[in-house]
Design a protein around this ligand. Structure first.
Ligand SMILES: Cc1cc2nc3c(=O)[nH]c(=O)nc-3n(C[C@H](O)[C@H](O)[C@H](O)COP(=O)(O)OP(=O)(O)OC[C@H]3O[C@@H](n4cnc5c(N)ncnc54)[C@H](O)[C@@H]3O)c2cc1C
Length: 591
């Protein structure tokens, strides 16, 4: 439990029958173990009332609240020194309609558990990305996608959401009910509130018949405007830059009986470890990488195009997935599909040292990169679901997702990262690209750049965000670094002084995580004034809340515009002389 007596005090004012399941000493880290952080409290609620209570206590105690799903976002989006809330224990399927395929779930459910439950009812998600370990809410929040020219973001099947807002109210939204909130919440980056329930449109369970093989890169580029992306419902490719080849994987729905993929002596444990160790060696001898690519992928897919064709028939919930191997940095951008051949040709030229063709103003000298580069497609223009304000895909047609993966063998960062990503991000921007929200874009995109990339849509998203969370309760350090937030979202220490926490959790430093076995992982250290454990009620400027408890109803169909100010409207605070003031919290200034 927190050192801060204010937390105990606020808890004592709320219904004791509603548990506050929080622990301290939690170590949070991302799947790739690139970032670690130690939140003051880690909260795992099991009911809507518990979620609402956590929001209320956080707000009254002036703590920021970051929501984490399965921690698979590669960036530090979920890192915090404040309070971290996780819905792993709020993960049930609430309703399944076999007739309509509409399914309602609690938002903490992982995709793999959802798929398993759906299978029991003969249903399936229409599309998946490379893995199914994520929570449904996490997938929605970052615009996760698969690879299909007949599908858009995974969230295109979402029909309605419930979101617990900063005032502790839980609000429903959909295309017709609170549509602005819905469009904002479809890619929310966790910054609007806590998504608690999700209603989605499923499809009858289906199997896919997939096939993959090695091809010359020229074939991929020649077929780009032909049938490369449309010949099958699901198509993806992995580009091997030094070999000038690509593995093409495609799949279609089928009624054929299940036929598992063939086992190869190299394709499992052995290949995994050989590649891992060769990558580790290449961190010391980077010029080794073209040979690693040739050997590893030659062993698996044949040294000549078409030499090995792998096929299988699997349930879609398994066949659409892939093994993502090791810890990695991923830098993935969405660009219009028609720019794909130019993107690949110029990046390939840069990797091969041909600066004239590349037209990228960073030197490729001494840079050796990892393979493969992931090449995927989505088309969000076909969807009837309202477009999320922060959807990075093209509005005019299909989108290419290009993902420059860099493995971190044994959690060690590769030496090429900075220059490769500088060059890659520069090229992506030159081609009108926008970064995947969850991934490791770093070198070139700033808050102003991201505002320019989204224009009015970003303004709309920020407006909705401000309306539902005027104090920035759900604004973490990642948001402050990457989004053009206004002063309303920044109400905090500068204004209120050091005498209480006031939502403070600015990242103060990032340092190498000291623990053995953590490799080059970074420890994200934020504002930890709460550790000083000063009894805040004795200081000038202490906030003493006296607002009502959260409503007992778990959801509301009313407009969030009306609800947003709700409970948080009036706070009472006492100055050093014991004088009590009342003010709206968003404009509150201490005397
Ligand atoms: C191995 C691997 C493979 C991947 N493959 C793909 C892929 O194929 N396609 C793709 O597009 N992406 C892919 N990703 C990225 C991944 O899908 C996203 O990062 C996704 O957001 C992770 O979901 P999560 O549950 O782990 O969310 P987290 O990473 O924990 O959180 C992501 C965001 O969601 C917010 N959030 C989580 N739960 C809630 C909630 N209940 N209410 C409000 N906000 C919430 C968080 O605050 C945060 O902003 C991959 C990542 C990894 C590590």
């Amino acid at each position: 439990m927190s050192n801060d007596p204010a937390v105990a005090r606020e808890l004592s004012r709320l219904d004791p029958a509603v548990p506050f399941r929080a622990t301290s000493q939690h170590l949070h880290f991302t799947w790739a173990k690139t970032f670690y952080s130690r939140p003051e409290l880690y909260i795992q609620p099991q009911s809507i009332e518990e979620i609402q209570k956590a929001v209320t206590v956080a707000r009254r105690c002036r703590r920021r609240l970051v929501t984490v799903g399965s921690g698979h976002s590669p960036s530090d989006l979920t890192c915090t020194s404040a309070w971290l809330i996780n819905l792993d224990n709020f993960n049930r399927v609430l309703d399944v309609s076999q007739e309509t395929g509409l399914v309602t779930v609690q938002a903490g459910i992982r995709l793999r558990d959802l798929s398993r439950e759906l299978q029991k009812h003969g249903l399936s998600l229409p599309n998946l990305g490379s893995i199914d370990s994520q929570s449904i809410a996490g997938v929605i929040a970052t615009g996760t996608h698969g690879s299909s020219s007949r599908h858009g973001l995974l969230s295109e099947c979402i029909r309605g959401l419930s979101v617990t807002l900063a005032n502790g109210q839980t609000v429903r939204c959909s295309a017709t009910n609170n549509p602005e909130l819905f469009r904002a919440a479809l890619v929310s980056l966790g910054a609007l509130g806590i998504v608690t329930e999700v209603t989605l449109q499923t499809v009858p369970a289906f199997r896919i018949n997939w096939e993959q093989s090695l091809h010359p890169l020229s074939e991929l580029l020649d077929r780009w405007e032909g049938d490369l992306w449309t010949s099958h419902e699901f198509v993806r490719a992995w580009w091997l830059p030094y070999m000038d080849r690509a593995i093409i994987w495609h799949a279609s729905k089928t009624d054929l009986p299940v036929q598992p993929p063939p086992k190869s002596w190299y394709g499992g444990w052995l290949g995994f470890h050989v590649y891992h160790n060769l990558l580790a060696l290449s961190n010391w001898f980077p010029r080794f990488l073209p040979w690693v690519e040739w050997f590893v992928f030659g062993m698996q897919y044949g040294f000549k195009p078409g030499a090995v064709v792998t096929k299988a028939v699997e349930p879609a919930r398994e066949g659409l997935l892939m093994d993502c191997l090791y810890s990695q940095f991923v830098n993935e951008w969405a660009i219009p599909l028609e720019k794909g051949p130019e993107a690949i040709t110029r990046l390939s030229a840069w990797i091969h040292g041909d600066e004239k063709t590349a037209r990228i103003p960073f030197s490729p000298k001494g840079v050796w990169v990892h393979c493969p580069v992931e090449v995927r497609v989505s088309d969000t223009t076909l969807s009837s679901t309202p477009r999320p304000y922060l959807d990075p895909t093209s509005r005019e047609g299909p989108t290419l997702y290009l993902n420059a993966t860099l493995y971190r063998p044994y959690l060690r960062d590769p030496p090429c990262r900075e220059r490769y990503y500088e060059a890659f991000e520069w090229l992506m921007r030159d081609l009108g690209g926008r970064p995947h929200w969850a991934k490791n874009f770093t070198t070139l995109a700033s808050a102003q750049d991201l505002r320019d990339m989204y224009g009015d849509d970003m303004d709309q998203w920020l407006k909705v965000r401000r309306e539902v969370d005027p104090d920035g309760l759900f604004v973490g350090e990642w948001h402050r670094r990457n989004l053009l937030l206004t002063s309303g979202d920044e109400t905090e220490s500068a204004e209120l002084g050091d005498s209480h926490l006031s939502l403070g959790e600015r990242q103060e430093t990032v340092r190498k995580f000291g623990r053995r076995g953590a490799g080059d992982g970074l420890e994200w250290i934020g504002d930890r004034r709460w550790e000083r454990a000063s009894p805040v009620s004795l200081h000038k400027g202490t906030i003493i809340t006296d607002s009502p408890s959260p409503p007992m109803t778990s959801t509301s169909e009313e407009s969030f515009d009306l609800l947003a100010p709700g409970e948080a409207s009036f706070f009472y605070y006492k100055d050093g002389l014991g004088v009590i003031y009342a003010d709206s919290i968003s404009t509150c200034a201490l005397h």
